[in-house]
Design a protein around this ligand. Structure first.
Ligand SMILES: Nc1ncnc2c1ncn2[C@@H]1O[C@H](COP(=O)(O)OP(=O)(O)OP(=O)(O)O)[C@@H](O)[C@H]1O
Ligand SMILES: Nc1nc2c(ncn2[C@@H]2O[C@H](COP(=O)(O)O)[C@@H](O)[C@H]2O)c(=O)[nH]1
Length: 185
């Protein structure tokens, strides 16, 4: 019998801790495949091309759109972000669980295209905590922080659209809940 893979979407406002939770999840679930996104954003300190993102120019990103290479894409806080279709389909066909860490507009596109994708929304304990986390990361300009906090309000209002909601308050507790859910899929 052919094993069918599963597409899992992890969404939540910038700074809520998606990436932190994901790194722990990947350690705990070595069979989970994290799709590396493409973006036109500049690399942050320590970010490696092909590992954290594929860093593209706007023209390169547009070519991927024109050639239908992206499963979903969105403009977020002045930059473009998207998921490359081919690696995701390859891993799903091979029966793997594939996880995407993406924002709301992209998550909605996935919902329209992949009916059985499982969608998880991560919330902060409060907007004040969210702001403190973005600032504590120390990698975004004041302008970028303001844009991300504006967008966070839109994203938090959409949390009920998701299959599963997780509050990332205590990191260990949130990680255990996330791991149990992902392993159950
Ligand atoms: N439960 C938590 N309590 C306190 N700080 C946290 C918690 N989870 C994550 N953080 C911290 O919050 C900051 C933002 O986390 P992270 O970069 O993982 O967020 P993100 O949702 O992936 O953001 P983005 O979408 O912008 O990439 C990091 O400094 C991280 O260490
Ligand atoms: N729609 C998509 N959103 C994505 C993708 N990769 C990342 N993201 C989301 O963008 C924001 C900002 O990320 P940052 O690395 O600049 O902080 C965040 O919400 C990510 O989840 C993608 O491929 N498609």
């Amino acid at each position: 019998m052919t094993k069918t893979g599963k597409l899992i979407v992890l969404t939540g406002p910038s700074g809520v801790g998606k990436g932190t939770l994901l790194q722990q999840l990947l350690q705990a679930c070595p069979d989970l495949y994290l799709a590396v996104s493409a973006t036109t954003r500049s690399p942050r300190e320590g970010e490696v091309d092909g590992k954290h993102y594929y860093f593209l120019t706007k023209d390169q990103f547009q070519t991927r759109i024109d050639q239908n290479q992206l499963l979903e894409w969105a403009e977020y806080a002045g930059n473009f972000y998207g998921t490359l279709r081919a690696p995701v389909m390859r891993e799903i066909t091979q029966g793997k669980k594939v996880i995407l860490e993406i924002e709301l507009v992209g998550a909605r596109q996935i919902r329209d295209q992949v009916a059985d994708a499982f969608q998880i929304f991560v919330s902060p304990p409060s907007v004040a905590d969210l702001e403190a986390r973005i600032r504590g990361r120390g990698q975004d300009s004041e302008e970028a922080i303001a844009r991300r906090l504006d967008q966070a309000k839109v994203e938090l209002a959409a949390a009920d659209e998701f299959d599963f909601q997780l509050v990332n308050d205590d990191l260990d507790a949130a990680f255990q809940t996330l791991k149990s859910k992902v392993l159950s899929l």
